[in-house]
Design a binder for this molecule. Sequence first.
Ligand code: BTX
Length: 253
Amino acid sequence: MSVMFRPTILRFDSIDSTNLEAIRHAKAGAPEGLCVVAREQTRGRGRLDRAWESPKDAGLYLSAILRPQIAIEQWALITLMAALAVGDALLKSCGLRVDIKWPNDIFVHNRKLGGILAEAIETDRGPAAIVGIGINLRDAAFPAVIMKRAISVESATGTVPDAELLLEKLTEAIAGRYDLLSSQDGREHTIREWCASSSYAFDRRVRVSGISDTFEGVTRGLESDGALRVEIPDGRVRIVRAGDVTALRAMDK
Ligand code: BTX
């Protein structure tokens, strides 16, 4: 099955959240491919009700509407697909190679350059996925207090990025990666590529803050639905479907 994601861009100077605006459009019947882009967000959202700092023209803030044909249990793969698309776009437009931290963080030099917030919603036209992507273009994108944990394209490359070129490459990459994900063998392919693009996929000592508990272990790749496999000290493998993952140094054990 091949789908066609044809990006149509809707631009705002300022909006509460591009994800919220995309949800409003999806509920009103907007087709797959509609992308909401804003110069600033006044209520940019991260996961678990966290905030995403989104000052004017300091970052790229985009949300795309998808109406995926893959089974809903597999929708976690959409976040992984989007992270790969961000990696493709940054490489093509800025020559920047990034790391992906499971499930949704874009990292450079162990600092957060961007994040993805994928949300599943019900609409009259069936279920839809809203894929929100935030990328720090300049250091002004985040407050000084998180300077040690955050980074921008400008400071990573030493050059002010061309935001329009990045946006063009990003929508192109989402279209290509999404088409691939929806094709036969696309899920296996996406998992393989994600594992090859993330230093967190295998043999990484991590702490997992899950919904009910926190534990440490070593990463052992992904399940077919995108869940992270983590081997705990007694040799069992725990399957992580939600939560935050932090890298531990070898000496932290
Ligand atoms: P997250 O929950 O993984 O990350 C949120 C956390 O990251 C915050 O609690 C804070 O510590 C830190 N943080 C906040 N802002 C920044 C920033 N600009 N740079 C680095 N670190 C930051 C990640 O959630 C998912 C973010 C998605 C954002 C996009 S922007 C377009 C779309 N619309 C929307 O409302 N959200 C998405």
